[in-house]
Design a protein around this ligand. Structure first.
Ligand code: PLP
Length: 402
């Protein structure tokens, strides 16, 4: 008889204990499994535009592949591309003084969160972040041994933060503030005054501000306020932008950071070690996205604005559900406390029930932090028809749960 093979005792690093993940990808996998079993699911969980990437961007990628852009590039990005992305930033925000030396091009926007965390957070450093918030910041803090200090975003104040609450969180151990506007998951936006206030605190207490502005074009009333509008603040700033949302380029993996040259130096070292570089032809197509014909992006943004009204009005027409009109991004974040807290059910349980019993994939507010209890997040990056079908199913679900 063959001797039994000894069991391998895994020795995974301790830092992996308690490292969270992103609910959107977990629910997407669960929904796909149900689909493989023959179920029909309405996908309102993931922040992925349902449009194809605009034709001019695809054509530019073809051109780049045909013209030899198939090799490694410098780790921070192709020099000319960094200059061109900087040109876009200056044009987009009406600012000057940003050049290619301030840009690092990365394979997606998400790595910018993690690499910034690696570059800045020492064990024991305090890092402020909103609650609810995009989960990648939490993971970056956890994996680097930082201490998360959560700043609540409350429905009563339009999901904007309280200035005094922020001031009370700042200490001499504060190293970094991960902020995001327009915000995932609440759709809230920060004002220029909010950013000036944060910058003033950052100057006084010597911390960095990571400003995730990936939804900058999805601001439905008024103009986007960027951290780059704060004068003389680049030394404190790491600004994130990316192509995934505005140009429906999620699968291309392309994003870029804007920061001081000192910060660029460290992000570049990390890029070399983690990725070598971003795919060259993708960087070239990304330039066309930013500086070429914008009609594709404008179409996406206009459609999302229309869908926002459909989903928010639809949710508000369901008894016991109330949804504030989000000012930006493409998420609705309704209060469903009548069906969670008041019925002794968690948002996670409600999320599961809606998926498994009613075929609607959405996310519990707690995928974004404890303050999300009593809320759900619906992405309206799906067609009008699918949003309407989802609302129909939700109406039925909530009428049965009432
Ligand atoms: C706030 C925020 N930042 C960054 C990202 C990551 O974008 P990418 O897919 O380009 O990595 C997302 C994606 O959902 C997001 O919501």
């Amino acid at each position: 008889m063959e001797a039994a093979k000894p069991m391998f005792a895994h020795r995974i690093a301790e830092r992996m204990q308690g490292c969270g993940t992103e609910g959107a990808f977990v629910v997407l996998a669960e929904a796909r499994k149900l689909e493989a079993e023959g179920r029909e699911i309405v996908h309102l969980q993931i922040g992925e535009p349902d449009f194809d990437t605009p034709r001019n961007i695809i054509d530019r990628a073809h051109w780049a592949l045909d013209n030899g852009w198939t090799h490694y590039s410098p780790s921070a990005g192709i020099l000319e591309m960094r200059e061109r992305y900087a040109e876009f930033v200056c044009k987009q925000y009406g600012v000057s003084g940003i050049s290619g030396k301030n840009i690092v091009i990365m394979p997606g926007a998400k790595p910018i969160c993690f690499l910034t965390g690696l570059a800045l957070i020492d064990p024991g450093d305090e890092v402020i972040l909103f609650d609810p918030t995009y989960p990648a910041y939490d993971a970056a803090i956890h994996l680097t041994g930082g201490i998360a200090k959560r700043l609540p975003l409350k429905e009563e104040t339009g999901f904007r933060f309280d200035h005094d609450e922020l001031a009370a969180l700042v200490s001499d151990k504060t190293k970094l503030f991960f902020l995001n506007s327009p915000q995932n998951p609440t759709g809230g936006v920060l004002t220029r005054e909010d950013l000036e206030y944060i910058a003033e605190l950052a100057r006084r207490h010597n911390f960095y501000v990571f400003s995730d502005e990936i939804y900058n074009r999805f601001v439905y009333e008024g103009d986007h306020a960027s951290i780059l509008h704060v004068p003389d603040f680049l030394d404190h700033t790491i600004m994130l932008d990316g192509h995934s949302k505005t140009y429906a380029m999620t699968g291309w993996r392309l994003g870029f950071s804007v920061s001081s040259e000192e910060m660029v130096k460290h992000l570049t070292v990390l890029m070399t070690n983690a990725n070598s570089c971003t795919s060259s032809f993708t960087q070239i197509a990304g330039e066309e996205a930013l500086l070429g014909d914008q009609s594709g992006a404008e179409e996406i943004i206009a459609r999302f604005k229309m869908r926002r009204s459909i989903i928010v009005d639809g949710l508000n027409s369901i008894p016991g559900v109330s949804c504030a009109m989000p000012a930006g991004a493409f998420y609705a974040f309704p209060n469903v406390k009548e069906y969670t807290i008041k019925q002794d059910r968690t948002s996670q349980q409600l999320q599961r029930l809606l998926l498994h019993e009613y075929g609607v994939a959405c996310l519990a507010g707690t995928c974004f932090g404890p303050m999300g209890e009593g809320y759900l997040r619906f992405s309206y990056a799906n067609s009008k028809e699918n949003i309407e079908k989802g609302l129909e199913r939700l109406r039925e679900a909530f009428s049965r749960l009432a």
